[in-house]
Structure formats: structure tokens, C-alpha cells
Design a protein around this ligand. Structure first.
Ligand code: SF4
Length: 314
């Protein structure tokens, strides 16, 4: 069979398409990225976001279309025989030979009002073992768990990574790229985190004023155990300008390049006509450009000719 893969709205490695590719190649099928001039038996379309446009062309060159991903249906899942298959990294030649992607856990026990994870994945549960992800010599693991510290299995996996690194030349490095929950960092967890090898930074969610304090506490505990690297804070921007600004600016006021916030305007997946307020776009632009954030105050930032962000404070 001829199989076409189409990532509708994201260039980020699409794990579902990588699994589908593996599955079909295992059956001897021909798999390629969708090309409107070829003919297919099945085209798999994956859409991640609900707020992005769908694929705009009418497809007449395939017998079957399979659509999946949160952007089409929040409850869509892969069939069991595909869900746990090895990823086909070859469809993304830009992924280096050291990098691996995966989840050790799925879900989250919390129910933050801006987050779709609990609706999509439910309560936290074990999902994979690190040895199923660190395959074929891949030792830089991008782990996309949503709240790994809320899971006993997740914590056991962190301990396992530390043990696997003992006496090993090519250490396993990690990036929990969806952020950790600072509230769950005890002294014991902090010690564990300080012993991991990080690809770049330790990331935390910092979505409420209370979480600033929790993040500060967690960072201090991890530092106490010898970590000297960077911290990265996901900051959701909700409707309160003053609160959002003071939360994001808290990390600037620390005056150290070790603390870096990252803004994400709230996206309402149930509201296709949602309009993101201009102040959120401007704040995200200011924060997410490292050089700008470090060298310029938000008040002085001029996102458009003749408009300085100090006007937001009037
Ligand atoms: S924001 Fe984080 S902690 Fe809150 S529900 Fe989502 S995954 Fe869980």
C-alpha cells in the first residue's frame, strides 16, 4: 500500500505520525510525506491545535483519509497495536541521531482551568520505561510528560536514569519539556533532579502568583544540591494584565541569566473565534526573545512604530 503522512499545522516532530510510519513500514508498505501529485491508499492527517486552519486542499488522490490529533478531536487515540510501537525517526531527518522523544507517564491529577491535559488524557498513569525511549544509542531524551513528579512510576524512572548513568561514558541527558510541578519538589526530589544530566534547562510551570514562591523554593533546593544550570518558567497569560506582568517580570527582576520565563497566551480550545489580546501578544514577544527580555524593560519595548508598552500601564 502507499501511505501518505500529513502534519497539518506543526513542524514539531509528530510522534503519532512516526508510529504510524513504523507500523506501515513493518507491514511492507511504502510511506512518505503527503504529496498532492501522488496517489495513496491511505492519507493520515494529524492536526495538533484547534485554533489553526485545516488543510485547505480537497483530496482526490487517496482511497481513505484518517484524521487524528487534538486539533480534530480531543479524544482521538491510536489503536493499541500502533500506540506502543517504536518511533520511525527517519521521517524527520533533522532529528539528530542522539535525540529521542517520548513520554514516561501520561495525564495529570490536577485540573488547571486553562489546560486540556486532564480532559484529553485523564489522571496520571505509567506509560513507558526509559529503556523503551533511549533506544539505538539515543541518549538525549525529550520527555513530554505533563506532570512526571505526580507519579510514583515517573519518580522511579528518574531514579532509573540516574542509576543508568552511573559509570556510563555516554550519559543520558533529559529535558522534561512540558515543565515540572514545583509544588512537588521536596528536598529528596531536588537532590534527584540535581543529579540528572539536563540537555539545557530545568523547566517549571509558573502559572499563578503562588507558583512564583513554589518555583523559588524548588530552585533554591535544587541549587543547594549543586545544580548550576538555567531554569525556564512556563507562564500562561490569563486575563489579568497586572498579575501576568508582575509574574513574568519577577524573573527579570532577579537580574540573573539563569532564570528565563516563557509566555503562552491562553488558548481556549472550545472557542474558534477567540481573539488573543494585543497586550498578551506583545508580552509574549518581549519575553520569548531572550536578548530583548534581558536588555529592555517591558515599558520601553516598542512592538509597533509609535507604540511603547508603557501605555499598557496608564
Ligand atoms: S497545567 Fe500542568 S499541572 Fe495543570 S492540569 Fe495541566 S498538566 Fe496538570
Amino acid at each position: 500500500m502507499n501511505i501518505g503522512l500529513l502534519a497539518v499545522d506543526s513542524n514539531y516532530p509528530n510522534l503519532a505520525l512516526m508510529k504510524i510510519s513504523s507500523y506501515h513500514k513493518g507491514k511492507g508498505d511504502l510511506v512518505e510525506w503527503y504529496n498532492p501529485f501522488d496517489k495513496y491508499d491511505i492519507v493520515y492527517m494529524s492536526k495538533i491545535f484547534s485554533f489553526t486552519p485545516d488543510y485547505g486542499q480537497y483530496m482526490t488522490n487517496t482511497t481513505q483519509i484518517c484524521k487524528g490529533g487534538t486539533g480534530y478531536d480531543i479524544s482521538s487515540t491510536l489503536p493499541e497495536e500502533i500506540e506502543h510501537i517504536k518511533l520511525d525517526y527517519s521521517i524527520y531527518p533533522s532529528i539528530g541521531h542522539k535525540t529521542a522523544y517520548g513520554f514516561l507517564t501520561r495525564g495529570c491529577p490536577n485540573k488547571c482551568k486553562w489546560c486540556i491535559v486532564p480532559k484529553k488524557e485523564g489522571d496520571i498513569k505509567p506509560y513507558m520505561d526509559v529503556e523503551e525511549i533511549a533506544i539505538d544509542g539515543r541518549n538525549e531524551l525529550i520527555l513530554m510528560d505533563n506532570n512526571i513528579l505526580a507519579s510514583d512510576h515517573g519518580i522511579e524512572q528518574i531514579e532509573k536514569i540516574i542509576k543508568m548513568n552511573e559509570g556510563r561514558m555516554k550519559k543520558i541527558k533529559v529535558d522534561f519539556n512540558q515543565g515540572l510541578d514545583a509544588r512537588l519538589v521536596t528536598d529528596e526530589i531536588a537532590k534527584m533532579l540535581s543529579r540528572l544530566k539536563w540537555i539545557q534547562q530545568i523547566r517549571f510551570g509558573c502559572d499563578t502568583p503562588k507558583q512564583i514562591e513554589e518555583c523559588e523554593k524548588a530552585c533554591a533546593m535544587i541549587d543547594k544540591h549543586g545544580y548550576k544550570g538555567e531554569y525556564f518558567f512556563y507562564c500562561i497569560l490569563l486575563d489579568d494584565f497586572d498579575e501576568s506582568f508582575s509574574r513574568v517580570n519577577h524573573w527579570k527582576k532577579k537580574g540573573s541569566s539563569r532564570y528565563l520565563p516563557h509566555c503562552q497566551p491562553f488558548r481556549d480550545i472550545g472557542n474558534k473565534s477567540q481573539i488573543i489580546p494585543q497586550w498578551q501578544k506583545d508580552m509574549a514577544r518581549w519575553t520569548d526573545r531572550k536578548h530583548l527580555f534581558r536588555t529592555c524593560e517591558f515599558e520601553d519595548f516598542e512592538p509597533r512604530k509609535g507604540f511603547k508598552c508603557k501605555e499598557y500601564f496608564l
